[in-house]
Design a protein around this ligand. Structure first.
Ligand code: BDR
Ligand code: CA
Length: 306
């Protein structure tokens, strides 16, 4: 099994990824760390606790950075994930609370405790990962892999013509990660996630087989798919965050290219992930995917949930 920590901004497809990890027999989820992005960091923490409670999982949640490394704090836009992050599912307070330790310290401690075994899967902006790298020079070495949902080499952006949302929201943090951790990093970005489309009929199936948690995902997906319909005229949504979690255990379903990656921070193309020719290590960038197999795994494993 893969020892996994998901760094997340839940978020509708984040919820899908976390429930997938909860169901996957080959994943040992060690906890969640939270970050702004789809929602504020505070809301991300609340939502992460809510998802774990819904899945009946008693796992640690460590709250992450409140704002990007360099850019000013921003207001998340509610049109993609809803005011509270879960479409039109109303706000609710979780019973549990986050650790006293912050996300970067928790990541550092867990990477030390599970030296060479921990896979970190960031599915939001990379601020916490950059802070862990800056605070502990051994962090990268202690991790087995860092599998990121974010970026794009050839597919263009989704928040601007050039940038993918997770990278765009903290490009300086992403640059720290691609510069310092490259050899350990797999980038699962829009080049592959846009190829994996989950339709309303798929979510009906998920709900039928898993009425509680699957039902929750179905409800969220209605809001999410409405957004995809409006902006891209698609009858379905991309499985961005679940794809990254699946890449942690099923790398054979992805074709990667080893490329040194840098992140643009100039105003014109801020957040763009670009191939560079400097001597930094190479990131494993997913360029193609067996989309049917990823989707089949997603549907199959979610059906294990109540
Ligand atoms: C990424 O941005 C967020 O809106 C999603 O949760 C995903 O992590 C896709 O670009
Ligand atoms: Ca996300």
């Amino acid at each position: 099994t893969t020892k996994l920590i998901i760094d997340t901004d839940p978020g509708i497809d984040d919820a899908m990824a976390i429930f997938y990890a909860a169901a996957a027999p080959d994943i040992e989820l060690l906890g969640l760390t939270t970050i702004f992005g789809n929602v504020t960091t505070k809301m991300a923490t609340r939502n992460a606790l809510r998802l774990l409670e819904a899945a009946d999982l008693d796992l640690p949640v460590a709250e992450g950075a409140p704002k990007p490394l360099v850019l000013p704090p921003f207001e998340p836009s509610a049109h993609v994930h809803g005011d509270e992050g879960f479409g039109d599912i109303p706000a609710a307070s979780p019973k549990g609370k986050a650790l006293d330790e912050d996300a970067a310290d928790f990541l550092i401690r867990m990477a030390r405790a599970h030296k060479g075994e921990l896979v970190v899967c960031p599915i939001g902006p990379l601020t916490n990962i950059a802070l862990a790298i800056q605070r502990d020079p051994a962090f990268v070495k202690n991790c087995k892999r860092i599998v990121i949902m974010g970026g794009s080499l050839e597919a263009g952006g989704n928040i601007t013509p050039h940038a993918e949302a997770n990278i765009y929201h903290d490009p300086h943090a992403a640059e720290v990660v691609f510069a310092a951790a490259a050899g350990k990093v797999t980038m699962v970005g829009l080049d592959v996630t846009l190829k994996i489309l989950c339709t309303p009929a798929d979510f009906d199936k998920i709900k039928e087989r898993s009425p509680d948690l699957g039902g929750m995902l179905k409800q969220m997906s209605v809001f999410y798919i409405k957004f995809y319909q409006e902006v891209a005229n698609l009858n379905g949504c991309s499985l961005h965050d679940p794809a990254a979690v699946i890449a942690c255990t099923h790398p054979e379903l992805f074709q990667t290219r080893a490329v040194p990656v840098t992140v643009a921070v100039d105003p014109d193309r801020s957040g763009a992930t670009l191939e560079t020719d400097d001597s930094r290590g190479k990131t494993h960038v997913a360029m193609d995917v067996d989309a049917e197999a990823v989707k089949a795994l997603f549907l199959k494993r979610l059906s294990l949930l109540p």
